[in-house]
Design a protein around this ligand. Sequence first.
Ligand SMILES: *[C@@H]1O[C@H](CO)[C@@H](O)[C@H](O)[C@H]1NC(C)=O
Ligand SMILES: *[C@@H]1O[C@H](CO)[C@@H](O)[C@H](O)[C@H]1NC(C)=O
Ligand SMILES: *[C@@H]1O[C@H](CO)[C@@H](O)[C@H](O)[C@H]1NC(C)=O
Ligand SMILES: *[C@@H]1O[C@H](CO)[C@@H](O)[C@H](O)[C@H]1NC(C)=O
Ligand SMILES: *[C@@H]1O[C@H](CO)[C@@H](O)[C@H](O)[C@H]1NC(C)=O
Ligand SMILES: *[C@@H]1O[C@H](CO)[C@@H](O)[C@H](O)[C@H]1NC(C)=O
Length: 440
Amino acid sequence: MALSWFAVLAITTPLGVVAYRNGLALTPQMGWNTWNYFGCNVSESTILSAAQAIVDNGLDKYGYEYVIVDDCWHDSTRDPDTGAPRPDPTRFPNGIKAVADEVHSLGLKFGIYSDAGEYTCGGRYGSLGYEEIDAKTYASWDVDYLKYDNCFNDGQSGIPLVSFNRYANMSRALNATGRPILYSMCNWGQDGPWDWAPTIANSWRISGDIFDTFDRADDRCPCTSAIGCLLSGWHCSVMNVINKMSSLGQKAGPGIGWNDADMLEVGNGGMTKSQYIVHFSFWAILKSPLILGNDVTQMTNETLEIITNDAIIAINQDASGSPASRIWVVNVTGGELQLWAGSLSTGATVIGLLNSSPTDQTIDLKMADVFIDSSAQVKTAKYRLYDLWQRSSSNDTVWGKDIGVVSGEVPGVSLAPQSCLIYLAVPEATASSRKRYDEF
Ligand SMILES: *[C@@H]1O[C@H](CO)[C@@H](O)[C@H](O)[C@H]1NC(C)=O
Ligand SMILES: *[C@@H]1O[C@H](CO)[C@@H](O)[C@H](O)[C@H]1NC(C)=O
Ligand SMILES: *[C@@H]1O[C@H](CO)[C@@H](O)[C@H](O)[C@H]1NC(C)=O
Ligand SMILES: *[C@@H]1O[C@H](CO)[C@@H](O)[C@H](O)[C@H]1NC(C)=O
Ligand SMILES: *[C@@H]1O[C@H](CO)[C@@H](O)[C@H](O)[C@H]1NC(C)=O
Ligand SMILES: *[C@@H]1O[C@H](CO)[C@@H](O)[C@H](O)[C@H]1NC(C)=O
């Protein structure tokens, strides 16, 4: 007998939304994907070396869990007898299941890529019309995650229901395998997936592809807002994607799913340290999946320091799953100043101050802005602030540096060019007895 509606409705999120229930990604997924660094140059050894490096560098301890092969793992044709997909025999001489087994033996999970179209973006065969056999085959390989792209979709987009049906088909096929497989939709924000993907997927991309650049405008990524974007494109900068994310946080949460700002570029060399800190911090506080896209077998200490900031990761993985909201944005020469705030399950509030311009700037940090939705009492209360990109010397707060108690306003907070500050504001009434971020 089919699951009764009573049972379906009984499992609801805090917002009362009946969401996609494969039980996965109750917090944004974390992992590593081949695409941003290796492109089509993928093989068994690329993936297994990365998996080993994830463990050797202790990244798994921080939550990086899924090891995902992106496009171009395919053989040139499907199996002529069964229609099943099969891997490139040179690049994957032992098949995909052997790779998944090795990844699992390291305590990690394994993900794969396909496309809701006739071809993948890299020109391999897509899954449109082959959803069932493809999902079954992935399950038989013990795959734990599917990134599902949008190239060559034969015009099956432009109307939300048309996109929905195309992506729901694979969702049902995955469900029918009986294996919980995290479903990461990658339709680049077309047709507003935040409105219809929560019942079929765990996360959905909201933009065309990211590029390893901070704020360079590029005509190949023509939209500045995700809403009503007619050409998602690619070569989108970090600032382009942050600005697109700004209105969508209301549509994400635990059991609902996540707005996916695309995979990380940290460590790929196109940005400065402070630009990468903006990239990583905002992906975290916006509750985007955190999928590394660098060569994890060769990382600088700087890259490692950024991607292992446990306080920032803890914000991303906080149980409330509440993406930070942008409170205000103002133009300055060459960029913008922005203030963001988000609530955490612990009762603390995360504050993001962002200067995307190429010059030093100051921001008057007003608690009345941070707590704009709250009562006058909350706005005027005392808060202890912690800077999550500084370490405490005294070790009495493991998670960021205590920078003092504020009430009302911190005038003139300095921000270096193209940088951010991420603060945690803890009500002073509860701060003194607590020592660690996760006790707040
Ligand atoms: C399939 O969907 C049903 C109903 O939403 C859910 O209870 C079940 O856990 C899903 N199974 C898998 C393997 O995702
Ligand atoms: C492909 O990746 C391998 C490592 O897995 C590397 O040795 C090789 O140089 C790469 N080839 C190209 C063309 O980038
Ligand atoms: C999925 O698409 C295939 C091929 O177009 C079709 O045969 C099948 O009925 C669809 N399944 C669902 C559940 O919509
Ligand atoms: C990187 O960090 C390691 C371990 O802390 C240290 O031994 C090494 O000297 C550092 N390398 C550089 C280039 O700073
Ligand atoms: C800020 O600049 C952008 C263009 O860079 C412009 O579209 C927008 O209207 C400006 N906003 C304000 C408040 O001036
Ligand atoms: C710092 O705090 C951590 C966590 O409470 C503890 O494990 C560690 O021993 C402390 N280090 C020092 C030098 O006190």
